[in-house]
Design a protein around this ligand. Structure first.
Ligand SMILES: Nc1ncnc2c1ncn2[C@@H]1O[C@H](COP(=O)(O)OP(=O)(O)OP(=O)(O)O)[C@@H](O)[C@H]1O
Length: 251
């Protein structure tokens, strides 16, 4: 089997006496969506922070495509292809959808975000950015400022921006939050396609979406992974049912 694209080995992070991440190891393989679920306070956000580089671990390591990235900054990890999406801050609200993607493409080519060539004149960049918008179905909204897009459209634009970085993998933190039923259904379809380009580590509270999307699920409880498996395995796992799905073990 292929080496994992992303691998966590024995990650630990405490906040005072609290073990927010307790010896977590998991892998993200090519072509898969691996969902991370768990009750509130289980440590999902902390784990995503450890992977993206926002939080430093006390022990353990993070590997991207075989490279130990544990000591690298958020920006260095992003340049290596670790795309963390759904941070609204990644968009410039007053710029059009097209220009937001063009900026990301330009940044990927090594230019500063702040000192731009007249991007509007760069036809190669424009057509590449249009391709990214087409992937997420936003071409009709290309000239609309990010601030005036709907919530769901902004989520899609953030994916287009992440795509522009040609990532090795995606970290998606609650992408369905705030999307209605229709928006969620569209995003589910899109993520199924996106995982072929780069695997996705998904934190999501919408269990229906998780059960539809995930190739594998890891369940976090009190900072520990208590189970990893397919949807069917996780649904049938007595420890998961007791600890997370709120069911008493069968007697
Ligand atoms: N900066 C911090 N300082 C102190 N405690 C923290 C900090 N960040 C998180 N925690 C604690 O660590 C534990 C894990 O929190 P985390 O936010 O990672 O959980 P979560 O699974 O993402 O929760 P939710 O589903 O509610 O977002 C919680 O008990 C939380 O209170």
């Amino acid at each position: 089997m292929d080496d994992p694209v992303l691998e966590l080995r024995g990650l630990c992070r405490n906040f005072g006496a609290l073990k927010a991440t307790d010896n977590v190891s998991l892998t993200l393989r090519r072509g898969e969506i691996h969902a991370l679920i768990g009750p509130n306070g289980a440590g999902k956000t902390t784990l995503m922070g450890l992977i993206s580089g926002r939080i430093a671990p006390e022990a353990g390591s993070v590997w991207l495509a075989g490279q130990n990235i544990t000591g690298l900054s958020v920006a260095q990890r992003a340049r290596l292809g670790l795309a963390r999406s759904f941070q609204v801050s990644s968009l410039i609200p007053e710029y059009s959808a097209l220009r937001n993607v063009m900026l990301a493409l330009q940044a990927k080519q090594g230019h500063s975000y702040r000192f731009l060539r007249p991007v509007a004149l760069d036809r190669g960049l424009q057509s590449a950015a249009r391709d990214m918008l087409a992937r997420v179905g936003l071409v009709p909204r290309a000239s609309v400022a990010a601030a005036f897009l709907s919530h769901g459209e902004r989520r899609l634009l953030e994916i287009a921006v992440a795509l522009a970085l040609n990532p090795q993998c995606f970290l998606l933190d609650e992408p369905m939050a705030g999307l209605g039923a229709e928006g969620t259904a569209r995003l589910v379809t899109f993520l199924q396609e996106l995982k072929q380009q780069a695997p996705i580590l998904l934190v999501e509270h919408d269990m229906d979406a998780v059960f539809r999307l995930a190739d594998r699920i890891s369940v976090l409880v009190y900072g520990c992974v208590i189970a990893t498996g397919t949807v069917a395995e996780i649904r049938a796992n007595p420890a998961v049912r007791a600890a997370y799905l709120g069911e008493e073990p069968a007697t």
